[in-house]
Design a protein around this ligand. Structure first.
Ligand code: HEM
Length: 413
């Protein structure tokens, strides 16, 4: 019987710099009941099975707590509208089939190869511009100076969101991403703040979508707002807003951590940095190993729709489930010497982009952005050294990455 407070300890900021020993203890019981009634799945086999189980729901985001008007008649009249609007608080990452599949299909239709390839080339240009701007510096914050601005610019350009508006929704995106943290889901006030932010960003998006309908451009938002994927019902306005917010937040809050976690791994393994400098072709395997070894999305939440017997335990209907992806990635049953950072291990079946129905649709973007950033850092930073080890981490345990990753450098070539 494992310690029922282990997941509490994972969430504790004191363990942020290295939660991996706690995961090893959790894996002793593949699906472990915690003292708050949550079930934590921590082995590769248990997580994979639950990711593909139709009795496991992603609808974990409770409806928003909308203020009532105080007038019973008016509350009664607006209630159906309010219920429809609260649906917008569930982007498709928090939805089950059939709605999930319809919305995802509409987005995939806009993820054209031509669009992805154009953004890939654009990533390299952007990275070069950013580094050139810092030439002559003797200090470089990988997070603020590169890992954040790159994916943000790419997602804005892909969606067709004016980059000059970005400072306005920078804080909103960070706030909304807290919806992935179990403590936000459990706390009424935190959820209410999340809903307020959603309202604000929804207003911004509503204006932008109107504009896209008036004057469509060659961007994803114009495509989605125009509608018309053959065989797929047209997306309603609420879903369109929720979907565009999901993409914007995902683009802001994830790849930044992949680039920062990867740079940290390279700095701690200087022989890997040196080989990347000699051979930029090593970047893809390096990135897959970071997605295994230190993934930005550490876990996702789910809910049991029925009693589920798994690994000697029965998860009861209605229970919350944590899929501890980052722990499955360190499972010795699947990975030899799992705590070693080894880009050459080959055939990596990591869970860093999830699996099953909700597998990350932004994975190609994340991969090429990280590739552009890491190859350029390896080539152009002169004698980089870590200023802090461990670096300060961002709050929250679901999304993992340094808040800042300061390097001392002799210059930028
Ligand atoms: C889903 C990770 C980048 C858009 C997911 C999931 C993971 C993940 C683990 C599965 C969620 C679940 O099972 O509940 C990551 C990581 C990224 C990254 C680690 C960067 C390194 C992106 C980017 C975008 C994006 C750049 C934007 C285009 C999405 C969307 C979903 C998703 C829309 C929901 C898919 C669905 O529900 O069908 N991501 N992601 N992601 N990701 Fe990413």
């Amino acid at each position: 019987m494992s310690d029922a407070t282990l997941f509490e300890q994972v969430k504790d900021e004191a363990n942020r710099a290295d939660p991996y020993p706690l995961f090893a203890r959790l894996r002793e019981t593949p699906v472990a009941l915690q003292s708050d009634g949550t079930y934590v799945a921590s082995t590769h086999a248990a997580i994979t099975s639950l990711l593909h189980d139709p009795r496991v729901s992603s609808e974990t985001l409770p409806p928003a707590d909308r203020p009532k008007t105080g007038n019973p008649l008016s509350d009664w009249i607006v209630k159906p509208i309010r219920d429809r609007i609260t649906d917008a608080h569930r982007p498709f990452i928090f939805r089950d089939p059939p709605d999930h599949d319809t919305l995802r299909k509409a987005v995939m239709h806009e993820f054209t190869n031509a669009r992805v390839q154009a953004l890939r080339a654009r990533s390299h240009t952007l990275v070069d511009e950013i580094l050139t701007k810092h030439a002559g510096s003797t200090e470089f914050d990988v997070v603020d100076d590169l890992a954040y601005p790159l994916p943000v610019t790419i997602i804005c350009e892909m969606l067709g969101v004016p980059t000059e508006d970005e400072p306005r929704f920078h804080g909103w995106a960070t706030q909304l991403a807290t919806a992935l943290e179990p403590d936000t889901l459990a706390d009424t006030e935190a959820r209410a703040e999340n809903s307020r932010t959603f309202e604000t960003i929804s207003d911004y998006m509503t204006g932008l979508i109107k504009e896209k309908r008036r004057t469509p451009k060659d961007d994803m938002l114009s495509g989605l707002a125009g509608g018309g994927v053959p065989g797929v019902p047209r997306m309603g306005d609420y879903d369109l807003i929720a979907t565009s917010i999901l993409m914007l937040v995902a683009g802001h809050e994830t790849t930044v951590n992949l680039i920062a976690n990867a740079t940290l791994a390279l700095m701690r393994n200087p022989e890997e940095l040196a080989s990347l400098r000699r051979d930029p072709g090593r970047a893809p395997r390096l990135i897959e190993e970071v997605q295994r070894y230190d993934p930005p999305v550490q876990f996702r939440t789910r809910r049991a729709l029925a009693d589920i017997a798994i690994a000697g335990t029965t998860i009861p209907e209605g229970a919350d489930i944590i899929l501890l992806l980052a722990s499955g990635n360190r499972d010795p049953a699947v990975f030899t010497d799992p705590d070693r950072f080894d880009p050459d291990r080959g055939g990596i079946r990591h869970l860093g982009f999830g699996g099953g129905l909700h597998y990350c649709i932004g994975a190609p973007l994340a991969r090429f952005e990280a590739e552009a950033a890491l190859t350029a850092l390896a080539q152009r930073l002169d004698h980089p050294r870590l200023a802090d080890d461990p670096p300060p981490y961002r709050p929250g345990s679901a999304l993992r990455g340094p808040k800042h990753l300061r390097l001392a450098i002799d210059g930028i070539r």
